[in-house]
Design a protein around this ligand. Structure first.
Ligand code: FMN
Length: 193
């Protein structure tokens, strides 16, 4: 069984990006499960003094680090804020990037998706996130991609992903991610258990 940890870069209750992750949990292929991380708001702002005083970060950071470490892959759904990654997501990645106690994102298979209200569907945010994940030495699925634009048209009143083409695309990404994880595992990538 491949267990994915799915992280949405939004704290908003009715976040389209979190809704995308819930859809991913429904659409995961056989042999893959998706656990949606729901504690991003508990991660404090990164502060090296706090990191040192707590031996790598306080309890919420420790829990997130463990969840990332034990997952076979990370699925990130990012909103786009001012043509880039929302601060809350970048902040969590900054914590996870630190060498002490462990660089849990190094060698970790990661897949990116995103939804925005506008017409460009998080293209710039995903490009910026790829650059950040290059620094963390994560192994990011090269494609296919999902840039879910004009998100209000894609979800129903309950926040369920209703658009058939977007559901198909998301299912295709999850299948490609399963192949990517197997390939990295076969090659002995350090972060793929
Ligand atoms: C501070 C801020 C900046 C934003 N900048 C962009 C942007 O550059 N491009 C874009 O497509 N949408 C932008 N948006 C709109 C977001 O795409 C929209 O709020 C989206 O629903 C956020 O994702 P969520 O539903 O997961 O919270 C911005 C929203 C905020 C709050």
């Amino acid at each position: 069984m491949k267990r994915l940890l799915a992280i949405a870069g939004s704290l908003r209750k009715h976040s389209y990006n979190r809704s995308l992750l819930r859809a991913a949990a429904e659409l995961a292929p056989a042999g893959m499960s998706v656990v949606v991380y729901d504690a991003l708001s508990s991660i404090p702002l990164f502060d090296e003094d706090l990191e040192n005083a707590t031996g790598g970060g306080p309890e919420p950071v420790r829990r997130l680090r463990e969840q990332v470490e034990t997952a076979e892959g990370i699925l990130i759904a990012t909103p786009e804020y001012n043509h880039s990654v929302p601060g809350v997501l970048k902040n969590a990645i900054d914590w996870l990037s630190r060498p002490a106690p462990r660089e849990v994102l190094a060698g970790k298979p990661v897949a990116l998706i995103g939804a925005s209200g506008g017409p460009f569907g998080t293209r710039l945010a995903q490009a910026a996130l790829r650059q950040v994940l290059y620094a963390t030495e994560s192994l990011v699925l090269p494609g296919p991609a999902l840039y879910a634009r004009e998100a209000a048209k894609l979800f129903d009143g309950e926040g369920r992903l209703a658009d058939a083409a977007t559901r198909d695309r998301l299912a295709g990404i999850l299948s490609a991610f399963a192949v990517w994880i197997d390939r990295l595992r076969a090659e002995g990538a350090p972060g793929s258990p």
